[in-house]
Design a protein. Structure first.
Length: 211
């Protein structure tokens, strides 16, 4: 089971989710996406909390402070030891920076690049934030494999549409360049030619042309 929460600290609201147990955490590690940001209490046991980057937030390094606080408070509240302590640290990193090897325990992870791990200080539990988030909690069974297939279909369609749009733009640019080239070639036919140098016909000759 996966627990979903909605943060209204940003507009549009953001989705935060976490596994109900260690086994579910393994699936979340396996089936995450590049839009998912992983949160955990530093050096203590806690839930694996994920933030799905909301529209308008282009990078995990630009998460609004209010949304960071929501995620950090939810992680703290779901750490048996961390929830009792003050001045804890919550770490977060993109899902694709999580490293999982066969010799690791269930739910255990490391990082591919420690420089891509950020920290946020949590002085104390803020009940009003935790309560607000808990009121939005929805527990749902997730078919991770099927969701992956559906996600790949959508991503593929988006890529095809983008490729078609790019091809259309390139064809239009090529058409414009060809038209400009043709116009320049026509203009060059008359470069340096004065009207006086052009063959002149008499009125009689012009009348004869129409006879």
């Amino acid at each position: 089971m996966v627990l979903f929460f909605t943060s209204t600290s940003v507009d549009p609201p953001a989705t935060i989710y976490m596994g109900k147990d260690k086994v579910e955490n393994e699936d979340l590690i396996k089936y995450g996406t590049t839009a998912d940001i992983w949160f955990h209490v530093d050096k203590l046991s806690s839930a694996h909390v994920y933030l799905k980057l909301p529209p308008g937030v282009e990078s995990w390094e630009n998460i609004p402070q209010t949304l960071l606080v929501d995620c950090a408070q939810l992680v703290k509240a779901n750490s048996i030891e961390g929830n009792k302590k003050s001045n804890i640290t919550v770490i977060y990193t993109p899902w694709d920076n999580l490293k999982k090897t066969g010799d690791m325990a269930v739910g255990q992870v490391a990082f591919h690049n420690d420089k891509r791990v950020k920290r946020v200080h949590v002085p104390q539990r803020e009940n009003f934030i935790v309560n607000r988030l808990n009121k939005t909690k929805v527990e749902r069974e997730v078919d991770h494999e099927q969701e992956k297939i559906e996600r790949q279909k959508v991503e593929s369609a988006v890529r095809r549409a983008a490729a078609a749009e790019q091809k259309k733009a390139e064809q239009e640019l090529a058409r414009q360049r060809a038209a400009e080239k043709e116009a320049r070639s026509y203009d060059r036919l008359f470069e340096g030619v004065d009207e006086e140098d052009l063959p002149q016909k008499s009125v009689q000759e012009m009348e004869d042309d129409f006879m």
